[in-house]
Ligand binder design. Structure first.
Ligand SMILES: Cc1ncc(C[n+]2csc(CCOP(=O)(O)OP(=O)(O)O)c2C)c(N)n1
Ligand SMILES: [Mg+2]
Length: 342
C-alpha cells in the first residue's frame, strides 16, 4: 500500500481514540481485506463452491461501527457480510472452514459465505433476502426492550434495501416501539448493476428516515474514525433508552457484485477515484503521520495477518467436510414465548 495516496485530512491524532484502538481498527480492516482477497483467490482456484459477494473497499464501515459495540451487542448482516462478522469478532479460520463447507465452520459448513452466524458473539447472521434483516433486527430490539436489557442491535444493509417494503415497515415499527436498533446503510452506490441515483427521486436517506422520527446522519464511509464516531453517538443514545438511529455510510465496492461479475456498469474513472480513497490506505497514512506506526511495524503486522490467513485456509482444508447425514439437523430451534429454548 502506498501512503502517498492517503488523504490525511486529520492533522493531529484524535483525542477520543487511543493508539491501541486505532491500531486495532487498522488491523481488523486489513484482516477483512486479506480474508476476502484470499477467499476470491481460493474460489477462482475452484476450492470454494457457491457464490461469493465481496466487500473490498467497504471495510471502514463495519470496523468503525463494531468498534463502538460491546461483546453482548447484536448485529445482523447481508449477503455481503464477511466484513460485518469479522468486525464483530469472527475468527478467520472458522470463516474459511464455513466457506469450504467444513464441519468446523461457524454453521458447521451448512451456511456458507452468505449465512455466517455466531450467537455467542451476538452475530445473528444474514439473510439473502434484500432488506430481510431489518424486520428481524426490530424483533431482536423488541426482545431486548421487553426483558429490560441494555444491549443494542446494529442492522447492516445495502442501499438496495432502502427501496424495499421491509425497510419502511421496520423503520415504522422501530420508531413506534422505540427499540434500541441502529440501522446502518452501507451505501456502495450500486444494487447489483443498478446505480444508486437511478433507484430513488432526489434521494436523501437521512431526510427520508427522519420522516419516521428516527435521527440519522450521513458519514464518509471511507473514514473509519468518522464512522466510529457516528456509531458511538447512535449506540450511546440507543443504549440509554433514546430509541433507534440511522447511519448512511457512503462507500464503494471495488469489485463486482459477485466473484465473476465483470462489472462493466461501473465506470473505470469512478472505480479509480474510489480506489484512491481506500480507507485502509488513509488510516495507514494517518497512523504513520501521528507516529503511531512505523514502516517496520506495518510490515510486521502485514506478515502476521498473512500468517493468520494462511493458517486459516490450512485449518479449513484439514477439517472434515460437513457430513450429509447432518443436513437436516439443527434447522429449527424451538423457543417458548420468553425466548427460552425448549
Ligand atoms: C428481495 C430480494 N430482491 C432481489 C434480490 C436479488 N439481489 C441480491 S443482492 C441484490 C442487490 C442488493 O443491493 P444492495 O442492497 O445495495 O447491497 P450490495 O449488494 O450493494 O451490498 C439483489 C437485487 C434478493 N436477494 N432479494
Ligand atoms: Mg449496494
Amino acid at each position: 500500500m502506498n501512503a502517498k495516496n492517503a488523504d490525511t485530512t486529520v492533522e493531529t491524532p484524535p483525542e477520543d481514540l487511543t493508539r491501541e484502538q486505532l491500531l486495532g481498527m487498522y488491523r481488523r480492516m486489513r484482516l477483512i481485506r486479506g480474508f476476502e482477497d484470499t477467499a476470491k483467490e481460493r474460489f477462482e482456484a475452484g476450492e470454494i463452491a457457491g457464490f461469493l459477494h465481496l466487500s473490498q473497499g467497504q471495510e471502514a464501515v463495519p470496523v468503525g461501527v463494531c468498534s463502538a459495540l460491546g461483546p453482548r451487542d447484536y448485529i445482523t448482516s447481508t449477503h455481503r457480510g464477511h466484513g460485518d462478522v469479522i468486525a464483530k469478532g469472527c475468527e478467520v479460520k472458522r470463516m474459511f472452514a464455513e466457506l469450504y463447507g467444513r464441519a468446523t465452520g461457524y454453521c458447521k459448513g451448512k451456511g456458507g459465505s452468505m449465512h455466517i452466524a455466531d450467537f455467542s458473539q451476538g452475530i445473528i447472521g444474514a439473510t439473502g433476502i434484500v432488506s430481510g434483516s431489518l424486520p428481524t433486527s426490530v424483533g431482536i430490539g423488541l426482545g431486548i426492550k421487553q426483558r429490560g436489557g441494555d444491549e443494542v442491535v446494529v442492522c447492516f444493509f445495502g442501499d438496495g434495501a432502502t427501496a424495499e417494503g421491509g425497510f419502511h415497515e421496520a423503520l415504522n415499527l422501530a420508531s413506534l416501539w422505540q427499540v434500541p436498533v441502529i440501522f446502518v446503510c452501507q451505501n456502495n452506490l450500486y444494487g447489483l448493476s443498478q446505480p444508486w441515483e437511478k433507484t430513488a427521486y432526489k434521494c436523501d436517506l437521512v431526510a427520508r428516515v427522519a420522516t419516521y422520527h428516527i435521527p440519522g446522519e450521513c458519514v464518509d464511509g471511507m473514514d473509519v474514525i468518522a464512522v466510529h464516531r457516528a456509531a458511538r453517538r447512535a449506540v450511546e443514545r440507543a443504549r440509554s433508552g433514546g430509541g433507534p438511529g440511522f447511519i448512511e455510510a457512503k462507500t464503494y465496492r471495488f469489485l463486482g457484485h459477485y466473484v465473476g461479475d465483470p462489472a462493466l456498469y461501473m465506470p473505470a474513472e469512478e472505480r479509480e477515484a474510489w480506489r484512491k480513497r481506500d480507507a485502509i490506505v488513509k488510516l495507514r497514512g494517518q497512523l504513520l503521520a501521528w507516529g503511531y506506526l512505523t514502516e517496520a511495524e506495518d510490515e510486521a503486522m502485514g506478515a502476521e495477518v498473512a500468517a493468520e490467513l494462511q493458517a486459516g485456509v490450512e485449518y479449513a482444508k484439514a477439517s472434515p467436510l460437513a457430513a450429509p447425514e447432518t443436513a437436516l439437523e439443527e434447522l429449527y430451534v424451538h423457543f417458548d414465548y420468553l425466548g427460552n429454548p425448549r
